[in-house]
Design a protein. Structure first.
Length: 481
């Protein structure tokens, strides 16, 4: 059984050690140092950062360290819940298999090193991840092109530290310290890791999970109304700041349940993919997308009745790492209805290694029946990004909070009345500071009056840690494409 608080606490202690290991290893390898410097140069020239190289590199190393840790967490969850054919990393000693899973995994490692005597623990983990990558349903999670663990690896000692962590036995009980068994396949614990694992990432991206009741509240007034208005077939929802995927997971389950009620005789695998086709997500944080993809995979397997990864359908997920404010097309401009064919054909001038340009163009190149999310509220410290956002969003004023351009972007991504005969539905939880401070002047005075707001609910007195105003509109019908 997953002990969420103990797991988080232990991984928080482990992360700085893995970061230190990766930094030292990258500095010892000329090719890795040159690679990071080249990526930094490209990002700086493209206006994606104005940070000093050392600060920028620190963020990349943290992302890689988290990726290594999370990938091991994903493997442990799969093997502990018997979703893999055999244990490959560890497993609970009390597992109901005939053999001891941990011992089986250790013997598997011994056999690997016997066959590859010059390899070390890093090569073993790479081999393990490559074997899992062969399963189509999990390939994107471990994609060589976009998962940072391939570009910024740990040392052999770092890999051994990870293996030792996930194989550690409690001396008093004789049980494995961290058991990932969960009969319900509940992956919400990954949201805790998303928000709290790295303090530096939490501050950099203002990570904050949406409370479940707020998430349900917003979907009641957006997703449910969109289903009534547009129907289930072809329905599209996007969270442009999807984080660990709470909005997307709940949407997936609601839409799947709707299809089951409508077509009870249809194969659940087919209905699972129909529900996945509805949900779209983008996030600037690479490991947010990894967590979201893994959670949707487990949810889809569960409703489809699939108990082994090797037997899972080749589910398709509409997820991409990227900056929703910079990437993709604009469908309105300053609220003035400039047509999309006047906007450059390829709006993505630069992508990081963790970003997939083709997917970003597709996901952020269309409008949606529903746009929901919990965007970050911080002010942008990086002067290059601050200038880039201000150039694209007319509502940005003075020392603006990111809640301002994201409000504009959410409406921008919603379907307009001209094309559909009915506008899309928008819902978000954001800071209430835009109503109180000068930076919200253009948003309040010029932009929002052109939108049909049906609800503005101030929750500043409610017990929602870190949140201010719950704000959403269900009819952005003045958006012009």
């Amino acid at each position: 059984m997953i002990n969420r608080s103990a797991l988080l606490k232990d991984l928080q202690r482990e992360l700085p050690k893995i970061e230190k290991d990766i930094l030292a290893y990258s500095e010892s390898r000329e090719d890795l140092t040159a690679h990071l410097q080249d990526e930094y140069k490209k990002a700086k020239e493209a206006g994606r950062t104005a940070e000093h190289f050392v600060s920028w590199r620190e963020a990349q190393i943290t992302q890689a360290a988290v990726s290594w840790i999370l990938t091991c967490v994903f493997v442990r969850f799969l093997e502990d819940n018997d979703l893999l054919a055999e244990p490959v990393l560890s497993g609970p000693v009390s597992n109901q298999r005939d053999e001891n899973p941990l011992q089986f995994a250790k013997e598997r490692m011994v056999a690997y090193f016997n066959e590859n005597p010059t390899h070390e623990e890093r090569e073993y983990l790479f081999s393990l991840f490559e074997q899992l990558e062969k399963f189509l349903v999990i390939a994107e999670l471990l994609d060589h092109r976009h998962n940072p663990l391939w570009q910024i690896p740990v040392s052999a000692d770092g890999a051994k530290r990870l293996i030792d962590f996930f194989q550690k036995i409690d001396a008093a009980s004789g049980e494995i310290v961290h058991d990932f068994t969960d009969t319900e396949w509940d992956t919400r614990f990954l949201g805790d890791l998303y928000q709290e694992l790295s303090e530096s990432v939490r501050k950099r991206y203002a990570l904050l999970q949406t409370p479940e009741f707020v998430e349900s509240f917003i979907l009641d007034y957006t997703l449910d109304k969109a289903k009534d208005t547009f129907g289930l077939k072809g329905l599209r929802l996007i969270d442009p700041t999807c984080g660990s995927g709470h909005f997307l997971l709940t949407t997936f389950q609601r839409v799947f349940d709707d299809w089951v009620r409508r077509e009870p005789g249809e194969n659940n695998r087919v209905l699972a993919q129909r529900a996945l086709d509805v949900v779209h997500g983008v996030d600037i944080n690479p490991y947010a997308i990894a967590i979201c993809r893994f959670r949707l995979l487990v949810a889809a397997m569960k409703v489809a009745g699939t108990t082994k990864v090797k037997d899972a359908p080749d589910f398709h997920f509409n997820l991409a790492c990227g900056d929703s404010l910079l990437h993709g097309r604009r469908f309105e401009w300053q609220g003035q209805g400039i047509q999309t064919d006047l906007i450059e054909e390829d709006p993505i001038k630069h992508v990081l290694e963790v970003e997939d340009k083709e997917k970003l163009l597709k996901i952020l190149g269309q409008q949606y029946h529903v746009v929901v999310g919990n965007p970050p509220y911080i002010t942008v410290k990086d002067k290059a990004l601050r200038a880039a956002y201000k150039a694209k969003y007319a509502t940005c004023f003075r020392e603006y909070s990111l809640g301002v351009p994201f409000t504009e972007r959410f409406f921008d991504l919603a379907l307009n009345q001209k094309d559909e005969g009915q506008a899309g539905f928008v819902g978000m939880i954001t800071t209430n500071s835009f109503m109180k401070r000068e930076f919200g002047k253009l948003l309040v005075g010029k932009y929002l009056p052109n939108k049909d707001l049906t609800h503005v609910v101030d929750t500043s007195g409610a017990l929602i840690p870190g949140h201010g105003t719950l704000f959403w509109s269900t009819k952005p019908d003045t958006i012009i494409c």
